[in-house]
Write a protein that binds this ligand. Structure first.
Ligand SMILES: NC(=O)c1ccc[n+]([C@@H]2O[C@H](COP(=O)([O-])OP(=O)(O)OC[C@H]3O[C@@H](n4cnc5c(N)ncnc54)[C@H](OP(=O)(O)O)[C@@H]3O)[C@@H](O)[C@H]2O)c1
Length: 344
């Protein structure tokens, strides 16, 4: 006897879940908690009960619809993805047929990357997506924070800069999510690190391993002539034009924020010898690449060679406050969101 075909997964009713929703562009006040359909895992997918996420500068740009490039990607008039959020950490609640790498009850963490949807109680990822076992010894809050800035900083330092032991790297914005990760990763690569941040964050940068610190409110690092092999401008408050004099011959200036100028500088410095300018688009990395990145960071974290930096934690019901903090441009480390009120 033939077994009846299962209903199309999208048509099956799996109940509802709470999610943080932004149905239009605007300030943090537009965010609302709504009951939305709980997703159903299809073949090859994991349904994850999500317990934590992070609010990032990039997600705040998306919420606000700031800038033409943001609108072109996220939707010209209204958001294509009403539920934002990328980083997640939680427990596999169900698996679709054919899943072999994970099973129900596994603790996992990762990123939904350009699928978003992590500001919700449940989310789907494919088993070959950007998901790994939650690093041993870390809570869900720590797991989302450990991957937050590191997923960006690692490709910049390892792949764009090809950072080598003994090289000198300056991290501008060293107290943010990307900056705190960059200090730690650069030290793991055997570099000498100079961290640039404001007065209040100098001690933290030293604790994370910085060999030298510069208070940007008192000193302009670009006056340190011919000093650095790599300048990683994680917050794009400088520029290649200003920073190049502080680079050694053949050094690289890396920035996280796209602009026509940096794209042009990257193109022409790749054609001629001398100092280079570069930007990477780490959020667009392929899942297999993201898995390698997550696994690398997890290994460092489990070995105690990379620690999560959590500046503030909010329950998802107070996520608007997290957005307000990130919008100031002065958060330290990660702004963590806890979901479901479940203890880590
Ligand atoms: N290209 C990509 O693929 C990619 C991926 C992810 C993120 N990004 C971008 O990367 C950027 C950084 O992200 P993030 O999460 O690290 O940001 P963040 O955590 O919000 O950065 C905040 C930090 O910036 C510091 N800061 C503010 N003004 C500064 C200045 N004038 N000089 C030096 N530091 C300053 C602040 O330190 P004080 O409080 O001490 O001032 C604060 O700790 C964002 O613009 C984001 O959109 C790009």
């Amino acid at each position: 006897m033939n077994t009846p075909a299962p209903a199309h997964p999208d048509l099956r009713d799996n109940g509802t879940m709470k999610a943080l929703v932004a149905r239009r562009y605007g300030g943090p006040d537009i965010l609302a908690i709504e009951e939305v359909a709980k997703p159903v895992p299809r073949a090859g997918e994991l349904l994850i009960r999500n317990r934590a996420s992070v609010v990032t500068a990039a997600l705040c740009h998306a919420r606000a619809g700031r800038g033409l490039s943001t609108r072109l990607y996220f939707g010209l008039r209204k958001p294509k993805w009403p539920v934002l959020g990328t980083n997640f950490s939680g427990v596999v609640e169900a698996v679709g047929g054919t899943v072999t790498r994970f099973q129900v009850g596994d603790h996992v963490a990762g990123t939904t990357a350009t699928n978003f949807g992590a500001f919700a109680e449940y989310l789907l990822v494919t088993e070959d997506g950007a998901v790994v076992p939650r690093p041993a010894g870390l809570s869900d809050s720590q797991a989302v924070a450990v991957f937050d800035g590191a997923v960006t900083a690692l490709p910049y330092l390892r792949d764009s800069a090809r950072l080598q032991t003994g090289q000198s790297v300056l991290v501008n914005g060293a107290s943010g999510a990307v900056g705190t990760a960059a200090i730690q990763l650069a030290k793991n690569f055997g570099a000498t690190v100079t961290a640039v941040c404001s007065t209040a964050n100098l001690e933290r940068a030293k604790l994370l391993g910085a060999d030298a610190v510069i208070d940007y409110t008192a000193h302009d690092f670009t006056r340190n002539l011919d000093t650095y092999d790599v300048i990683f401008d994680t917050v794009a408050t400088s520029s290649f034009s200003r920073s190049r004099r502080a680079l050694k011959r053949g050094g690289s200036y890396l920035t996280t924020t796209p602009s026509p100028m940096i794209l042009a500088q990257m193109a022409y410095t790749s054609l001629i010898g001398g100092k280079k300018a570069a930007i990477a688009f780490t959020g667009l990395a392929k899942p297999a690449e993201l898995v390698r990145t997550l696994a690398f960071i997890a290994e460092l974290a489990e070995a105690g060679r990379f620690v999560p930096v959590i500046g503030a934690t909010y329950p998802i019901e107070e996520a608007a406050d997290a957005h307000r903090l990130v919008d100031t441009g002065h958060k330290t480390g990660s702004a963590v969101i806890t979901i479901g009120g479940i203890p880590d």
